[in-house]
Design a protein. Sequence first.
Length: 629
Amino acid sequence: MEKVKNARCDIELIATGSNAHHVERFLHQVQGLNAPPHDIVAACPCVIATDISTKMAQKLAHYLEKLDASVLLHVHSADADNASNNGHNSTVEEAPAENEPDSSTNLPAKIEPTVMPASLPSPPPAENHDAMPYHPPQQAGSRATSPPAIHLKRSVGELTHALQDKDWTVREHAVIELGNVPSAGVMRQIAHTLKDDVWRVRCTALHVLSLAGSDLALRDIARCVEDDVWHVRYQAVEALGRIESDKVVKPLLHALNDDNWQVRRRAVQLLGATQSKRVTAGLINCLKDEVWSVRERAAEALARLKSEKAVKALAACLRDSHWRVRSMVVTALKEIGSSYAIEALVAVLSDEHWMVHWKAAHALGRISDPAILPILTQLARENSPLLGEVAHDVLRSLDIVIEPRPHAQPRLTYRSETPPDNMRYIPAGEFLMGDPEGPDDAQPAQHVFLAEFFIDRYPVTNRQYALFDPGHQYAEGKDLFPVVNITWEDAQAYAVWLGKRLPSEAEWEKAARGEDARLYPWGDEFDSSRCNTEESGNRTLTAVNHYPSGESPYKVADLFGNVLEWTSDYYGPYAGNQDATPDFQEDFIVLRGSPWIHQGHRVNCATRSYAPADNMSNFIGFRCVKDVE
């Protein structure tokens, strides 16, 4: 019975009873809850307190039951089945095994403070290179500000003693609770748990120490960069990144040689943020990493440092096998802007990937170094037709102001209002925007509400655009092909001419995906027979009505394949996105869809592309939308 008496347990509020307001008022007198009383009542049923003594849990349950609420106790101890329930509904849940099992392959989800699990799962295996880094449980949420009548949580002395408990979940919870005590002595006690034999406890201790914002345990944290579990090493790198000290540079440089690519990539990102010239050599070595995303982040970090020492190494990476690495290298060379960087950018104007070569041209136009003029002038005289033509184009773009050409008067016959000609109605409501498993810039996925609107059934065709611009030339028989080589400003001008506008990227994505979060207009699986992409074998544009089976749920056609489409939005991060790509800082315009030259199976309707507003390509078109009046 002594073991039962000392058992720890969680208490779950099953129902608030006849008067939820009285329950909430009572909970304001209780200190140590997982969440504020209002959130607990709103989230009911939920676990309201975790890892508290059985005596205090029974006391709290007694008062709640007096208020007609229903509660449930989850006792941690395996011997608790011998205990009397004392009138309360109780369940026994065995604590996870101390040894780390081999059965789990995925990391546990992040534990939210509002609803804590009754008992934590056993730790995942020591090494899983396909998993995401482990995120430790969060510290307890805000507590009631009024003087409490019941104290659920343990004292510092009790928590310090719990750090030696045989149950690893008890030790982990003790570390989390001690993290709320801003004391150097407590931080030293938590630092001792960095030698715990369960890696999840070590991860949690690293997380708590880093949030304390102190370098008292910096040496202990740095040692964890050599831990035998990669999740711990990753968390140690994260912890070092939160400490403002020059002493973190050395262990972060050591992490660049880690066996796990996720550890290396995160170390590269954090070293780039230090702005220290000491890290340049290490970052240059990472440009040769076997994983392309590490090479990409290394180029991004060198762009922040603006180190001319790195220019030659970056220029060599312009031959990298992955276009995303080459694209980021172009950004880095633009930021550095030296004469050698200019020559390297000019050389990459012939890159096979369209995003790399237009970024290079855009970068050259942004470099203010006077050295660019003689270099481009010389290239314009070279024997290479491609480089000569591109150099001429860049030179012409440097100081020329393009006057807007006059347009014909609007044709009112193309302004049908009820309903708009060749448009489809998109009802108001929410839809899922983004892809939780896609590229960084398409995350986080989130529900977005849009008002009702109309959208063109097809992209704007050559015949339609020629009514706006009589000078528009196209091949015979291409009337129903999408108009291309149109800048963003020209697309906007056409839309205004018809009393319409370009769609936002949210409007475009909803029209393509519907309200069931499908990845493609026709469903969740890519089908080359429904769209004009590289897999279709057309190798050129097709008529906008060529793929009727590729329509979206709203009967909107040609949204995926054929051309990328201009939207009205500038390229930037979604709310809550932590990706720090420098391209967010440029005035790029979002493009949506997938063109005929790209592999469609590599992207979907949530994928974001982007280009400068003055870009003109034979795979970029547009369609219009109209507000419902």
